[in-house]
Unconditional design. Structure first.
Length: 124
């Protein structure tokens, strides 16, 4: 509600919003989606520039971005290798054997949504 009011009344209040990086954080991929402070008014959201992030946070962000990008690309391209790579990068999956088991379970559970093409490439 506060966001809508800020737009309606051109209040230019600050909100945390997920936007495309586009150089907001200069040392990470411009295509990465980032949650940053944005000034919001009648012209929409204007992201506030940030300093480069440190090595630790940059590594965490890039790992998460790679996981998410590989997941989406793997599903759209029906590419089992990218899906397996995505799961292997996920911080909650500790090794590729676990990733293969999770991927097999996901394929089985989502065959109606992902299509039958995935069943033939199942990781055995």
């Amino acid at each position: 509600m506060e966001l809508a009011i800020s737009i309606l009344n051109n209040e230019n209040n600050i909100f945390l919003i997920i936007v495309k990086n586009n150089g907001i954080i200069p040392n990470i991929d411009p295509d990465m989606m980032v949650e940053v402070a944005c000034r919001v008014g009648s012209n929409g959201a204007e992201a506030l520039a940030m300093e480069p992030v440190g090595t630790f946070y940059k590594g965490m962000m890039e790992n998460q971005y790679a996981y998410e990008k590989l997941t989406v690309d793997g599903l759209l391209e029906k590419d089992m290798t990218k899906l397996l790579q995505a799961l292997a990068l996920n911080r909650t999956v500790v090794d590729t054997d676990t990733a293969k088991k999770i991927l097999d379970d996901l394929i089985e559970a989502n065959v109606d949504f992902w299509g039958s093409e995935f069943t033939s490439g199942k990781n055995n």
